[in-house]
Design a protein around this ligand. Structure first.
Ligand code: IMP
Length: 431
């Protein structure tokens, strides 16, 4: 591990920070891009000279033909979604032959999607607002030790009794607890047959591949999905996803040892957004929120839902830094704030008149946190499409410095627009 050349790109907020763009931008200088958590709840947008791509499972380095796209063991895979996605981008001239999937990755089975909807409905007012893709139920079965893995699909003899037993349990749950309609074993097995054929060419021991690449001193880029505040352990539980988007997930979700990771980039949007339910202390619902939503088109890539909007939350960001140990910040969508007379940043919380400067574990307490905003002057010259730090107006630069100060590390990249070229490389990421 001469150069320890693995670098992670991690969502510092509630997801949707623009990781897809960042990965596509950085992937030209790496040998592989690896997804380690989540599934097709993610929606990573990539814009380059080949077009605009909305990726859910395929790693965002796919537009670079020489780069391996690796789906690690920590990801949950809906084979139908993957096959469709590969066909779609393949039809648009993208070479997908360097994609591989861990044989240890868990499969999102048809009953997981059914149960995701039934569980949400049963939660009533306490619904999480999941993406409905079966993510939670698939991870529940993984930890409950009744999951079906990609490798299992390839062993038909062993698979049939496994699926038969699990489906019996799931059908009891679906019908007796939720009053839903049972799934037919033949249908589920027929799906598995098709999936086995489709997945066989991609399945492999990805931990070995990653290790081999690192051994050859090749760069590995770890692609986070969702964000730290949606982490099953560290996020605003229970309003979280069911995997570990933060740095620990990169190790367990790939079978990678932490010494291999040299840099950890925290991707932060210049403001905050959140999709789904759960507390969001710096949320705003006024005209400015509407302006940001419209200008930035803050609607979910996966579900089309309008995202909730807030100012940059420095308390949450500092917590995110504590969990991940970011070595650098990637600040995205700075251009969205271009036309505001003034911008705000949340520098602390207040609960019942008392100041709180940390992100609380208790969800009820987090929900009672009122933001303490600091107002900063806006900037008159646009930052949109800037490619040099010197092109940023003074007040925009002051805003960047404020965020650096709140997070506690430097901005290495600033994104000033959706396409690959609209990027300021402040300092080198790969050292
Ligand atoms: P699930 O991951 O579908 O179970 O959804 C759980 C929570 O995470 C919900 O609030 C979702 O809106 C949120 N979530 C899941 N994936 C993403 C994402 O890629 N971006 C933003 N929010 C997400």
């Amino acid at each position: 591990l001469l150069g320890m050349p693995a670098y992670a790109v991690i969502g510092g907020q509630w997801g949707d920070e623009g990781k897809g763009k960042v990965i596509d931008y950085l992937a030209g200088n790496v040998d592989s891009v690896v997804r380690y958590a989540g599934g097709n709840n993610a929606g990573h947008t990539v814009v380059n000279e080949k077009g605009t791509f909305q990726l859910h499972l395929v790693p965002s380095g796919i537009c670079w033909p020489d780069v391996y796209g690796i789906i690690g063991n920590g990801v949950v895979v809906d084979p139908d979604v993957l096959v469709n996605e590969l066909a779609e981008i393949g039809a648009r001239g993208i070479d997908t032959s360097k994609l591989v999937i861990s044989e240890r990755a868990h499969v999102i089975m048809p009953y997981h999607v059914v149960l995701d909807a039934l569980e949400e409905e049963a939660r009533g007012d306490a619904a999480i607002g999941t993406t409905g893709r079966g993510i939670g139920p698939a991870y529940m079965d993984k930890t409950g030790r009744m999951g079906i893995r990609i490798g299992d699909l390839l062993d038909w003899e062993a698979l049939v009794p496994m699926v038969t037993q699990v489906l019996e349990h799931k059908n009891a749950l679906i019908t007796k607890v939720y009053g839903g309609k049972a799934l037919a074993l033949d249908d589920v097995l027929a799906k598995c047959r098709i999936w086995a054929d489709h997945m066989a060419p991609y399945a492999m021991a990805t931990e070995q591949l990653v290790q081999d690449l690192l051994g050859q001193n090749k760069r590995v880029l770890l692609e986070g999905a969702q964000g730290t505040l949606l982490d099953i352990d560290h996020g605003s539980y229970p309003y979280v996803t069911s995997s570990s988007p933060s740095i620990g997930g990169a190790c367990t979700g790939l079978g990678l040892n932490p010494q291999a990771i040299k840099g950890v980039l925290g991707v932060f949007k210049a403001y905050s957004t959140r999709v789904g339910s759960g507390p969001m202390p710096s949320e705003i619902t006024d005209d400015e929120a509407e302006e940001i939503r419209e200008k930035a088109q803050e609607f979910g890539v996966t579900t089309g839902r309008a995202r909730r909007i807030g100012w940059f939350d420095g308390v949450a960001a500092k917590y995110s830094q504590l969990i991940n140990g970011f070595t650098g910040i990637v600040l995205t969508r700075l251009d969205i704030l271009d036309e505001f007379d003034s911008v705000k940043v949340c520098v602390g919380y207040e609960v019942s008149g008392e100041r709180l400067d940390r992100f609380p574990a208790n969800t009820g307490l987090l929900a009672r946190c009122k933001p303490v905003f600091e107002e900063m002057p806006g900037w008159d010259k646009p930052t949109a499409s800037a490619t040099e730090l010197s092109q940023l107006p003074e007040n925009a630069l002051a805003y960047v410095h404020k965020i650096e100060e709140l997070v506690g590390c430097r901005a290495q990249i600033i994104s000033t627009g959706p396409s690959r070229a609209e990027t300021i490389q402040v300092e080198p990421v790969f050292t």
